[in-house]
Write a protein that binds this ligand. Structure first.
Ligand SMILES: *[C@@H]1O[C@H](CO)[C@@H](O)[C@H](O)[C@H]1NC(C)=O
Ligand SMILES: *[C@@H]1O[C@H](CO)[C@@H](O)[C@H](O)[C@H]1NC(C)=O
Length: 373
């Protein structure tokens, strides 16, 4: 009797475990399958067809419709904090080499301060490299109306001390990132239209500004009149995310096709002056219905006939490593170690540590791993 009961129990457990395993596999497989399949479809589309003509008709707004995208003139969202003379009074600013927008949020005082003291220090860049860089932080308003006025008071104080905030009257939320993108290009067009290059960066990335500047100077030297220049970490043949739980979910109503045009990760990319103007024109014509800012930028650029170029040194998440400091341009996901990284990057002792034979071999391996993945 006892024996039979034990066998039953054992069978039940086994059956149950099999069921659990099967269920897990089924659920994960569906996800995995969906994921792999949509990437394959998208990539195939991108490499075989690579025609995104549908974008033009789908996103275009008729010129005589009263759809107003140009917010900087106060038509859509009012500018609450502005510095019209940041690039030189009267909109000259002939000498601005790089206009660097940092996408920030009202609450992120600490990262802004860290950036001012490290890679975003205009004075340092001028004294070391003799280039004019203008760094401005772009933000909306605190989405929480209960604390908005308090946060706003702090922002005004911060701006009084540093004079580098640009704020527009939209809720600073993930779903309003496209509004922030448009603000950057509109601000460029109105207040800094002669900047040679424009960069857009998140406030949690590390930008090796000296390397970036040297790289851009090389681009200028090798190419008379830099045009159609758009560089960053390129996403090529990415499919829209159709999982409703995802932050990046895009419904079939908004974007029914299987593939996005190529775009650079919004965390950090650089465009030349002419591309900035083209993107600005596109923001006036197109319906900003996609809230993922870098995808929307890709759509704008595609319609204007601009495509991005890859640069392996616009790295991904947390890939900063001493072996790569010589060439690194951006690295994502730095909130706490901005100062430490800045100090080591500028420290010659770090470079002399990697001079021996074994160190060179080691670094070559590390570089391969970091740059290929
Ligand atoms: C920026 O760099 C200059 C020159 O190196 C330095 O004097 C200044 O203190 C730095 N500013 C900040 C905010 O750290
Ligand atoms: C974007 O900002 C506007 C203006 O503040 C606000 O009405 C809207 O709800 C925001 N949208 C999202 C999705 O947060």
């Amino acid at each position: 009797m006892l024996y039979i009961r034990r066998v039953h129990k054992w069978k039940c457990t086994r059956l149950l475990s099999i069921a659990v395993v099967l269920y897990t596999v089924m659920v994960c497989w569906e996800d995995l399958d969906h994921h792999v399949l949509s990437h394959v479809k998208s990539y195939t589309y991108r490499s075989l067809v690579n025609k995104y003509d549908f974008l033009r008709s789908s996103f275009h707004v008729a010129p005589n419709s009263n759809h107003q995208n140009d917010g900087v003139d106060g038509e859509k969202y009012q500018l609450l904090i502005n510095h019209p003379d940041k690039c030189g009074s009267g909109g000259d600013g002939d000498n601005v080499f790089l206009l660097l927008f940092v996408k920030s949020s009202p609450q992120n005082l600490e990262p802004r301060q860290a950036i001012r003291e490290t890679w975003g220090n205009e004075t340092y860049l001028w004294s070391e490299l003799k280039v004019n860089v203008r760094v401005v932080f772009v933000l909306g308003v605190d989405p929480d109306s209960r604390q908005r006025s308090q946060v706003q008071t702090a922002l005004l104080l911060e701006d009084k001390a540093h004079g580098d905030l640009i704020q527009q009257n939209f809720d600073d939320t993930f779903h309003n990132l496209t509004a922030k993108l448009m603000l950057q290009f509109q601000w460029f067009y109105h207040y800094c239209p002669k900047a040679l290059f424009v960069m857009s960066a998140d406030d949690d990335i590390f930008v090796h500004t000296p390397n970036l500047i040297r790289y851009l100077q090389q681009v200028v030297r090798s190419d008379t009149g830099v045009t159609d220049f758009w560089v960053g970490h390129v996403h090529s043949g990415s499919p829209p995310n159709r999982r409703m739980k995802s932050k990046y979910y895009v419904s079939r109503d908004v974007y029914p096709w299987i593939s996005y045009p190529d775009y650079t990760a919004g965390a950090g990319f650089v465009v030349s002056n002419d591309v900035s103007k083209k993107i600005y024109q596109a923001t006036l014509m197109l319906k900003p219905s996609i809230y993922i800012d870098d995808v929307f930028m890709g759509i704008c650029a595609h319609i204007m006939g601009v495509s991005p170029q890859k640069n392996a040194y616009f790295l991904g998440e947390g890939k900063a490593h001493p072996c790569i400091y010589d060439d690194m341009i951006t690295s994502h996901g730095h909130t706490k170690d901005m100062h430490a990284l800045w100090e080591t990057v500028a420290d010659p002792a770090v470079y002399s540590m990697y001079q021996g034979f074994f160190e060179i071999v080691y670094c070559t391996a590390i570089r391969m791993i970091l740059l290929i993945w």
